[in-house]
Structure formats: C-alpha cells, structure tokens
Design a protein around this ligand. Structure first.
Ligand code: HEC
Length: 143
C-alpha cells in the first residue's frame, strides 16, 4: 500500500461512507430530558406538524395572511413563550438549541414573506422551515 497512497485514502473514505450509511444504525445523539419535559416536547412537535399542515392548507386556498398568522404564533419567535423554550433549552446541547432557533427564525421569516402576498417566495420560505425540522431530526433523539 505504501506506494499507492491514493488507493489507501480512497479505501479509507469508502469505509467511512459505508459506516455512515450502515442500514439500521442510529447515529442521532441521544438527549436525555426529564420525563415531563420529554412529553411536553413531543406535544409541541405534534403541534408543529399540525401547524405545517394548516399553513399548507391556507396556502392552497390563497390565504397567505392566515398562513403567516399560524406560522408566527405557533412556530415563530412569538411562540417561544408558549413552548416553554427557555425552560427546555437548558437541557439541550448547543447544536440542538441552534437548530431550534433556526426553525423559529425561519417561521417568522416565512410569516413576513407570506404577508407580502406572493405565493412563490412564500413556498420557498416554507421549505426553509421544514429544512430546519429535518436537520434537527437527523441529529438528535430524546428516547
Ligand atoms: C431542535 C430540534 C427539533 C426541531 C427544530 C424540530 N424537531 Fe420535531 N422532534 C425533535 C426530536 C428530538 C424528536 C423526538 C425524536 C425521538 O427521540 O423519537 C422530535 C419528534 C417529532 C415528532 C414526533 C412526535 C411524537 O409524538 O412522537 C413530530 C411529528 C415532529 N418532531 C415534527 C416536527 C416538525 C414538523 C418540525 C418543524 C416545524 C420539527 N419537528 C422541528 C426535534 C426537533
């Protein structure tokens, strides 16, 4: 192998890639929360999904104002209090906290964009909210 360092690097890279995509392996970081907080967070999560669904329904009916309202009050920066965010943030690793903040900010950004009344940019902003859901889910679990 000494004379073929490129091959050595290639095979190391290949092994790494195989390791990452190993079927059934869960690479998400486990974040232990007190039991009540875990319930609370999952409850919030189900409301997040219901909100996204509600937003999509309003968008389909061309009711961008209502979509903006749902996003701001249930997902956006205005929802932090209701979600007990500051309470839960203490238990989260930094990366998870940042993913949460990214989601709340994206939701408020969506609300502002939707209020301008143009559907296409609003859809783009909506995808930034769901991208934040996806990225946190890819990295963390609580059970
Ligand atoms: C800061 C991280 C984070 C963000 C952002 C986030 N989630 Fe979650 N979500 C989680 C974690 C962690 C779980 C629990 C995973 C596990 O351990 O089973 C979860 C679980 C869920 C569940 C399952 C609830 C249940 O009762 O089992 C739903 C639905 C969900 N999330 C929807 C969403 C939606 C929709 C968004 C975006 C609008 C979102 N989440 C944003 C971290 C996040």
């Amino acid at each position: 192998m000494k004379r073929f360092p490129v091959i050595r690097h290639l095979s190391a890279g290949l092994l790494l890639m195989m390791g990452m995509s190993h079927a059934g392996e869960d690479a998400r970081q486990l974040v232990k929360l007190p039991d009540m907080m875990q319930q609370h967070m999952l409850h919030n999560m189900r409301d997040h999904l219901a909100s996204i669904n509600q937003i999509l329904s309003y968008m389909a009916d061309d009711e961008l104002d209502k979509a903006a309202d749902v996003a701001e009050t249930r997902l956006g920066m205005s929802s932090l209090e209701a979600h007990g965010a500051s309470h839960m943030a203490r238990f989260m690793p930094e990366g998870m906290r940042q993913a949460g903040t990214r989601m709340h900010k994206a939701a408020s950004r969506f609300a502002r964009t939707a209020q301008e009344g143009d559907a296409l940019p609003a859809y783009k902003a909506l995808a930034e909210i769901t991208a934040a859901c996806v990225s946190c889910h890819a990295g963390y679990r609580i059970r």
